[in-house]
Design a protein around this ligand. Sequence first.
Ligand SMILES: Nc1ncnc2c1ncn2[C@@H]1O[C@H](COP(=O)(O)OP(=O)(O)O)[C@@H](O)[C@H]1O
Ligand SMILES: [Mg+2]
Length: 358
Amino acid sequence: MGIRVTNLVKIYERTTILHGISFTVDDGEFVTLLGPSGCGKTTTLRCIAGLERTSGGVIEIDGQVVSDVQRDIFVAPHERNLGMVFQSYAIWPHMTVAENVAFPLVVRGMRDTREAVGWALDVVGLGALAKRQPSELSGGQQQRVALARAIVGRPKVLLFDEPLSNLDARLRDRTRAEISRIQKELSIPAVYVTHDQAEALSMSDRVIVMDAGRIVEEGEPRTLYRRPTSRFTADFIGAANFLSLVYRDQAWFAPDGSAVRLADIEIGDTGETREAVLRSEIVGVRAADAAIPKDSLNALRGTIENLQYMGSHIEYSIDVSGVLLNALSNEEFAKGAAVLVTFRPQDIHLLPKPASAV
Ligand SMILES: Nc1ncnc2c1ncn2[C@@H]1O[C@H](COP(=O)(O)OP(=O)(O)O)[C@@H](O)[C@H]1O
Ligand SMILES: [Mg+2]
Protein backbone atom coordinates (compact mmCIF):
# COMPACT_ATOMS: atom_id res chain seq x y z
CA MET A 1 0.00 0.00 0.00
CA GLY A 2 1.43 3.36 -1.02
CA ILE A 3 -0.37 6.26 0.63
CA ARG A 4 -3.72 6.57 2.35
CA VAL A 5 -5.04 10.01 3.25
CA THR A 6 -8.24 9.93 5.27
CA ASN A 7 -10.31 13.00 6.01
CA LEU A 8 -7.33 15.37 6.02
CA VAL A 9 -8.12 18.76 7.51
CA LYS A 10 -5.76 21.73 7.61
CA ILE A 11 -6.61 24.96 9.38
CA TYR A 12 -4.36 28.03 9.35
CA GLU A 13 -5.27 30.53 12.03
CA ARG A 14 -9.04 30.28 11.70
CA THR A 15 -9.16 29.57 7.98
CA THR A 16 -9.85 26.03 6.85
CA ILE A 17 -7.57 25.28 3.90
CA LEU A 18 -8.36 21.56 3.52
CA HIS A 19 -11.90 20.43 4.29
CA GLY A 20 -11.41 16.74 4.97
CA ILE A 21 -9.93 15.20 1.85
CA SER A 22 -9.46 11.47 1.31
CA PHE A 23 -7.60 9.54 -1.35
CA THR A 24 -5.23 6.64 -1.80
CA VAL A 25 -2.19 6.01 -3.96
CA ASP A 26 -1.52 2.36 -4.74
CA ASP A 27 1.84 0.68 -5.08
CA GLY A 28 3.61 1.98 -8.15
CA GLU A 29 0.77 4.34 -8.99
CA PHE A 30 1.27 7.89 -10.29
CA VAL A 31 -1.47 10.13 -8.93
CA THR A 32 -1.78 13.83 -9.69
CA LEU A 33 -3.50 16.50 -7.65
CA LEU A 34 -4.79 18.96 -10.24
CA GLY A 35 -6.47 22.25 -9.48
CA PRO A 36 -6.20 26.02 -9.72
CA SER A 37 -3.70 28.02 -7.73
CA GLY A 38 -4.63 28.25 -4.06
CA CYS A 39 -6.86 25.15 -3.96
CA GLY A 40 -4.63 23.39 -1.42
CA LYS A 41 -2.40 21.10 -3.49
CA THR A 42 0.89 22.15 -1.91
CA THR A 43 -0.63 22.07 1.56
CA THR A 44 -1.77 18.48 0.96
CA LEU A 45 1.69 17.49 -0.23
CA ARG A 46 3.40 19.20 2.70
CA CYS A 47 1.11 17.37 5.12
CA ILE A 48 2.07 14.06 3.51
CA ALA A 49 5.75 15.02 3.74
CA GLY A 50 5.40 16.06 7.38
CA LEU A 51 6.44 19.63 6.62
CA GLU A 52 3.04 20.72 7.96
CA ARG A 53 1.17 19.51 11.00
CA THR A 54 -2.34 18.37 10.14
CA SER A 55 -5.41 19.70 11.96
CA GLY A 56 -7.39 16.50 11.52
CA GLY A 57 -7.45 13.20 9.69
CA VAL A 58 -4.97 10.39 9.22
CA ILE A 59 -2.08 9.95 6.82
CA GLU A 60 -0.54 6.52 6.26
CA ILE A 61 2.56 5.78 4.22
CA ASP A 62 3.29 2.18 3.32
CA GLY A 63 0.90 0.99 6.01
CA GLN A 64 2.36 3.13 8.78
CA VAL A 65 0.40 6.00 10.35
CA VAL A 66 2.64 9.06 10.03
CA SER A 67 0.12 11.78 11.00
CA ASP A 68 -2.86 11.54 13.31
CA VAL A 69 -3.53 14.48 15.61
CA GLN A 70 -6.21 12.64 17.57
CA ARG A 71 -3.83 9.89 18.56
CA ASP A 72 -0.94 12.35 18.86
CA ILE A 73 1.10 10.63 16.16
CA PHE A 74 3.54 12.68 14.12
CA VAL A 75 6.47 11.08 12.34
CA ALA A 76 9.21 13.59 11.45
CA PRO A 77 9.77 14.28 7.73
CA HIS A 78 13.20 12.62 7.57
CA GLU A 79 11.74 9.45 9.10
CA ARG A 80 8.99 9.17 6.49
CA ASN A 81 11.37 7.94 3.80
CA LEU A 82 10.15 10.16 0.99
CA GLY A 83 11.75 11.74 -2.03
CA MET A 84 10.64 15.25 -2.89
CA VAL A 85 11.12 17.43 -5.95
CA PHE A 86 10.04 21.06 -5.90
CA GLN A 87 9.54 23.80 -8.43
CA SER A 88 12.72 25.48 -7.23
CA TYR A 89 15.43 22.87 -7.62
CA ALA A 90 16.87 23.57 -4.17
CA ILE A 91 20.30 22.43 -5.30
CA TRP A 92 23.20 23.55 -3.12
CA PRO A 93 25.41 25.83 -5.27
CA HIS A 94 28.60 25.11 -3.29
CA MET A 95 28.43 21.32 -3.71
CA THR A 96 29.17 19.20 -6.77
CA VAL A 97 26.42 17.25 -8.45
CA ALA A 98 27.50 14.05 -6.65
CA GLU A 99 27.64 15.82 -3.28
CA ASN A 100 24.17 17.23 -3.81
CA VAL A 101 22.77 13.81 -4.62
CA ALA A 102 24.60 12.22 -1.69
CA PHE A 103 23.28 14.80 0.76
CA PRO A 104 20.18 12.92 2.05
CA LEU A 105 22.35 9.84 2.69
CA VAL A 106 25.06 11.85 4.47
CA VAL A 107 22.43 13.42 6.71
CA ARG A 108 21.33 9.91 7.63
CA GLY A 109 24.89 9.05 8.57
CA MET A 110 25.77 6.84 5.63
CA ARG A 111 29.55 6.77 5.00
CA ASP A 112 30.00 5.20 1.59
CA THR A 113 27.53 6.85 -0.72
CA ARG A 114 29.36 6.29 -4.00
CA GLU A 115 27.41 3.31 -5.25
CA ALA A 116 24.00 4.78 -4.41
CA VAL A 117 24.89 8.15 -5.94
CA GLY A 118 26.27 6.47 -9.07
CA TRP A 119 23.05 4.50 -9.42
CA ALA A 120 20.80 7.56 -8.96
CA LEU A 121 22.80 9.65 -11.43
CA ASP A 122 22.67 6.84 -13.99
CA VAL A 123 18.90 6.57 -13.60
CA VAL A 124 18.48 10.24 -14.49
CA GLY A 125 21.15 10.10 -17.19
CA LEU A 126 23.70 12.36 -15.49
CA GLY A 127 26.37 9.77 -14.75
CA ALA A 128 29.01 11.73 -16.66
CA LEU A 129 28.43 14.99 -14.79
CA ALA A 130 29.00 13.83 -11.20
CA LYS A 131 31.92 16.21 -10.59
CA ARG A 132 30.32 19.30 -12.11
CA GLN A 133 29.19 22.33 -10.13
CA PRO A 134 25.47 23.16 -10.36
CA SER A 135 26.33 26.51 -12.00
CA GLU A 136 27.73 24.55 -14.94
CA LEU A 137 24.41 22.82 -15.56
CA SER A 138 21.31 23.82 -17.53
CA GLY A 139 17.97 24.22 -15.78
CA GLY A 140 16.84 20.82 -17.02
CA GLN A 141 20.02 19.17 -15.75
CA GLN A 142 19.64 20.85 -12.36
CA GLN A 143 16.10 19.51 -12.11
CA ARG A 144 17.46 16.05 -12.90
CA VAL A 145 19.98 16.43 -10.07
CA ALA A 146 17.02 17.18 -7.81
CA LEU A 147 15.33 14.05 -9.12
CA ALA A 148 18.45 11.94 -8.48
CA ARG A 149 18.62 13.33 -4.95
CA ALA A 150 14.95 12.43 -4.43
CA ILE A 151 15.44 8.78 -5.42
CA VAL A 152 18.94 8.12 -4.00
CA GLY A 153 17.59 6.83 -0.68
CA ARG A 154 15.16 4.45 -2.40
CA PRO A 155 12.15 6.22 -0.90
CA LYS A 156 8.77 4.59 -0.32
CA VAL A 157 7.00 7.55 -1.90
CA LEU A 158 7.89 10.30 -4.38
CA LEU A 159 6.33 13.74 -4.03
CA PHE A 160 6.48 16.35 -6.79
CA ASP A 161 5.32 19.95 -6.43
CA GLU A 162 5.06 21.64 -9.84
CA PRO A 163 8.58 20.47 -10.72
CA LEU A 164 8.42 21.64 -14.33
CA SER A 165 7.12 25.17 -13.99
CA ASN A 166 10.56 26.79 -14.11
CA LEU A 167 11.56 25.06 -17.33
CA ASP A 168 10.95 26.35 -20.85
CA ALA A 169 8.33 24.58 -22.97
CA ARG A 170 10.63 22.20 -24.85
CA LEU A 171 12.52 21.15 -21.76
CA ARG A 172 9.29 20.76 -19.88
CA ASP A 173 8.07 18.12 -22.35
CA ARG A 174 11.36 16.22 -22.14
CA THR A 175 11.55 16.32 -18.35
CA ARG A 176 7.90 15.32 -18.12
CA ALA A 177 8.58 12.16 -20.11
CA GLU A 178 11.73 11.56 -18.06
CA ILE A 179 9.90 11.76 -14.73
CA SER A 180 7.22 9.37 -15.99
CA ARG A 181 9.82 6.90 -17.21
CA ILE A 182 11.78 6.94 -13.95
CA GLN A 183 8.69 6.63 -11.77
CA LYS A 184 7.48 3.61 -13.74
CA GLU A 185 10.95 2.07 -13.87
CA LEU A 186 11.39 2.30 -10.08
CA SER A 187 7.70 1.62 -9.44
CA ILE A 188 7.60 4.02 -6.51
CA PRO A 189 4.14 5.44 -5.76
CA ALA A 190 4.08 9.14 -6.60
CA VAL A 191 1.95 12.15 -5.80
CA TYR A 192 2.40 14.89 -8.35
CA VAL A 193 0.99 18.38 -7.88
CA THR A 194 0.25 20.68 -10.80
CA HIS A 195 -2.22 23.24 -12.14
CA ASP A 196 -1.31 22.17 -15.69
CA GLN A 197 -3.90 19.85 -17.24
CA ALA A 198 -1.54 18.62 -19.97
CA GLU A 199 0.95 17.44 -17.35
CA ALA A 200 -1.80 15.80 -15.35
CA LEU A 201 -3.37 13.99 -18.31
CA SER A 202 -0.12 12.83 -19.87
CA MET A 203 1.72 11.60 -16.79
CA SER A 204 -0.89 10.18 -14.42
CA ASP A 205 -2.48 6.84 -13.81
CA ARG A 206 -5.16 8.74 -11.91
CA VAL A 207 -5.98 12.43 -11.55
CA ILE A 208 -7.61 13.98 -8.50
CA VAL A 209 -9.29 17.29 -9.27
CA MET A 210 -9.28 19.79 -6.40
CA ASP A 211 -11.10 23.06 -5.86
CA ALA A 212 -11.07 25.26 -2.77
CA GLY A 213 -9.70 22.64 -0.38
CA ARG A 214 -11.96 19.85 -1.55
CA ILE A 215 -11.75 16.95 -3.99
CA VAL A 216 -14.17 17.54 -6.84
CA GLU A 217 -13.73 14.18 -8.55
CA GLU A 218 -11.06 11.69 -9.50
CA GLY A 219 -10.49 9.26 -12.31
CA GLU A 220 -8.23 8.02 -15.04
CA PRO A 221 -7.20 10.76 -17.48
CA ARG A 222 -9.37 9.48 -20.33
CA THR A 223 -12.46 9.19 -18.18
CA LEU A 224 -12.02 12.60 -16.60
CA TYR A 225 -11.50 14.17 -19.98
CA ARG A 226 -14.26 12.42 -21.87
CA ARG A 227 -16.87 12.08 -19.16
CA PRO A 228 -16.35 14.60 -16.39
CA THR A 229 -19.12 14.43 -13.83
CA SER A 230 -18.82 18.05 -12.74
CA ARG A 231 -18.92 21.35 -14.51
CA PHE A 232 -15.76 22.38 -12.67
CA THR A 233 -13.74 19.48 -14.11
CA ALA A 234 -15.17 19.90 -17.60
CA ASP A 235 -14.23 23.56 -17.51
CA PHE A 236 -10.81 23.12 -15.95
CA ILE A 237 -9.65 20.25 -18.17
CA GLY A 238 -9.80 20.96 -21.89
CA ALA A 239 -12.06 23.25 -23.82
CA ALA A 240 -15.63 22.38 -22.97
CA ASN A 241 -18.90 23.62 -24.38
CA PHE A 242 -21.90 23.62 -22.09
CA LEU A 243 -25.29 23.23 -23.64
CA SER A 244 -28.64 23.20 -21.90
CA LEU A 245 -30.85 20.42 -23.15
CA VAL A 246 -34.58 20.27 -22.47
CA TYR A 247 -36.53 17.00 -22.20
CA ARG A 248 -39.86 16.60 -23.97
CA ASP A 249 -41.59 14.03 -26.17
CA GLN A 250 -39.16 11.37 -24.96
CA ALA A 251 -36.05 13.16 -26.23
CA TRP A 252 -33.51 15.83 -25.28
CA PHE A 253 -33.63 19.01 -27.36
CA ALA A 254 -30.88 21.54 -28.05
CA PRO A 255 -31.54 25.32 -28.06
CA ASP A 256 -32.07 25.31 -31.84
CA GLY A 257 -34.89 22.78 -31.44
CA SER A 258 -32.92 19.79 -32.76
CA ALA A 259 -33.29 16.50 -30.93
CA VAL A 260 -29.93 15.32 -29.56
CA ARG A 261 -29.03 11.63 -29.47
CA LEU A 262 -27.00 10.52 -26.46
CA ALA A 263 -24.97 7.34 -26.21
CA ASP A 264 -26.21 6.80 -22.66
CA ILE A 265 -29.96 7.15 -22.86
CA GLU A 266 -31.26 9.10 -19.91
CA ILE A 267 -34.96 9.62 -19.48
CA GLY A 268 -35.93 12.97 -18.05
CA ASP A 269 -39.13 14.59 -16.86
CA THR A 270 -41.04 16.66 -19.36
CA GLY A 271 -39.69 20.21 -19.24
CA GLU A 272 -36.56 19.18 -17.31
CA THR A 273 -33.37 21.06 -18.22
CA ARG A 274 -29.94 19.46 -17.93
CA GLU A 275 -26.50 20.68 -18.76
CA ALA A 276 -24.52 18.71 -21.34
CA VAL A 277 -20.77 18.78 -22.01
CA LEU A 278 -19.43 18.81 -25.54
CA ARG A 279 -15.68 19.05 -26.25
CA SER A 280 -14.69 21.76 -28.74
CA GLU A 281 -12.23 19.57 -30.64
CA ILE A 282 -14.71 16.76 -31.31
CA VAL A 283 -17.34 19.06 -32.73
CA GLY A 284 -17.51 19.14 -36.53
CA VAL A 285 -18.44 22.17 -38.59
CA ARG A 286 -20.15 21.71 -41.98
CA ALA A 287 -21.85 23.95 -44.48
CA ALA A 288 -25.55 24.31 -43.68
CA ASP A 289 -26.57 22.68 -46.96
CA ALA A 290 -24.14 19.76 -46.62
CA ALA A 291 -25.66 16.32 -46.60
CA ILE A 292 -25.51 14.76 -43.16
CA PRO A 293 -24.10 11.24 -43.35
CA LYS A 294 -26.36 8.54 -42.02
CA ASP A 295 -24.19 7.63 -39.05
CA SER A 296 -26.69 9.03 -36.58
CA LEU A 297 -24.64 12.18 -36.21
CA ASN A 298 -26.19 15.01 -34.24
CA ALA A 299 -26.47 18.29 -36.13
CA LEU A 300 -27.35 21.70 -34.68
CA ARG A 301 -28.03 24.77 -36.81
CA GLY A 302 -25.85 27.78 -36.16
CA THR A 303 -24.10 30.82 -37.57
CA ILE A 304 -20.38 31.61 -37.46
CA GLU A 305 -20.15 34.44 -34.96
CA ASN A 306 -16.39 34.73 -34.83
CA LEU A 307 -13.25 32.94 -35.95
CA GLN A 308 -9.56 32.88 -35.16
CA TYR A 309 -6.98 31.44 -37.50
CA MET A 310 -4.58 29.29 -35.43
CA GLY A 311 -2.47 27.70 -38.19
CA SER A 312 -3.13 24.04 -37.49
CA HIS A 313 -6.85 24.74 -37.19
CA ILE A 314 -9.44 27.49 -36.99
CA GLU A 315 -11.26 28.29 -33.79
CA TYR A 316 -14.88 29.08 -34.43
CA SER A 317 -17.41 30.61 -32.15
CA ILE A 318 -20.81 29.49 -33.39
CA ASP A 319 -24.14 30.97 -32.39
CA VAL A 320 -26.73 28.23 -31.90
CA SER A 321 -29.97 30.00 -31.08
CA GLY A 322 -28.25 32.41 -28.73
CA VAL A 323 -25.81 29.89 -27.19
CA LEU A 324 -22.18 30.25 -28.26
CA LEU A 325 -20.35 26.99 -28.98
CA ASN A 326 -16.62 26.75 -29.62
CA ALA A 327 -15.44 24.44 -32.34
CA LEU A 328 -12.04 23.65 -33.81
CA SER A 329 -11.99 22.82 -37.50
CA ASN A 330 -9.73 22.73 -40.54
CA GLU A 331 -12.49 23.83 -42.86
CA GLU A 332 -12.85 27.46 -43.87
CA PHE A 333 -16.06 29.33 -43.18
CA ALA A 334 -16.69 33.05 -43.29
CA LYS A 335 -18.14 35.10 -40.48
CA GLY A 336 -21.91 35.00 -40.68
CA ALA A 337 -21.99 31.70 -42.61
CA ALA A 338 -24.82 29.31 -41.80
CA VAL A 339 -23.36 26.02 -40.59
CA LEU A 340 -24.18 22.72 -38.97
CA VAL A 341 -22.44 21.79 -35.75
CA THR A 342 -22.10 18.01 -35.78
CA PHE A 343 -21.07 15.50 -33.12
CA ARG A 344 -21.49 11.85 -32.34
CA PRO A 345 -23.83 10.63 -29.59
CA GLN A 346 -20.86 9.30 -27.60
CA ASP A 347 -19.22 12.72 -27.61
CA ILE A 348 -21.90 14.51 -25.62
CA HIS A 349 -23.04 13.64 -22.13
CA LEU A 350 -25.29 15.05 -19.46
CA LEU A 351 -23.86 16.30 -16.20
CA PRO A 352 -25.55 14.89 -13.10
CA LYS A 353 -28.49 16.83 -11.74
CA PRO A 354 -27.37 19.58 -9.39
CA ALA A 355 -27.75 18.42 -5.79
CA SER A 356 -30.20 21.22 -5.01
CA ALA A 357 -32.59 20.36 -7.84
CA VAL A 358 -34.78 17.58 -6.50
N1 LIG B 1 1.49 29.12 5.90
C1 LIG B 1 0.27 29.52 5.54
N2 LIG B 1 -0.46 30.34 6.32
C2 LIG B 1 -1.70 30.73 5.96
N3 LIG B 1 -2.30 30.38 4.81
C3 LIG B 1 -1.62 29.58 3.97
C4 LIG B 1 -0.30 29.11 4.28
N4 LIG B 1 0.09 28.33 3.26
C5 LIG B 1 -0.91 28.32 2.35
N5 LIG B 1 -1.93 29.08 2.78
C6 LIG B 1 -3.21 29.27 2.06
O1 LIG B 1 -3.77 28.01 1.82
C7 LIG B 1 -4.42 27.97 0.56
C8 LIG B 1 -3.90 26.81 -0.24
O2 LIG B 1 -2.55 27.06 -0.56
P1 LIG B 1 -1.66 26.01 -1.36
O3 LIG B 1 -1.77 24.68 -0.71
O4 LIG B 1 -0.32 26.60 -1.49
O5 LIG B 1 -2.41 25.98 -2.76
P2 LIG B 1 -1.88 25.44 -4.18
O6 LIG B 1 -0.61 24.69 -3.98
O7 LIG B 1 -3.00 24.60 -4.68
O8 LIG B 1 -1.70 26.65 -5.03
C9 LIG B 1 -4.18 29.33 -0.07
O9 LIG B 1 -5.33 30.10 0.11
C10 LIG B 1 -3.01 29.88 0.69
O10 LIG B 1 -3.11 31.28 0.74
MG1 LIG C 1 1.29 25.03 -4.81
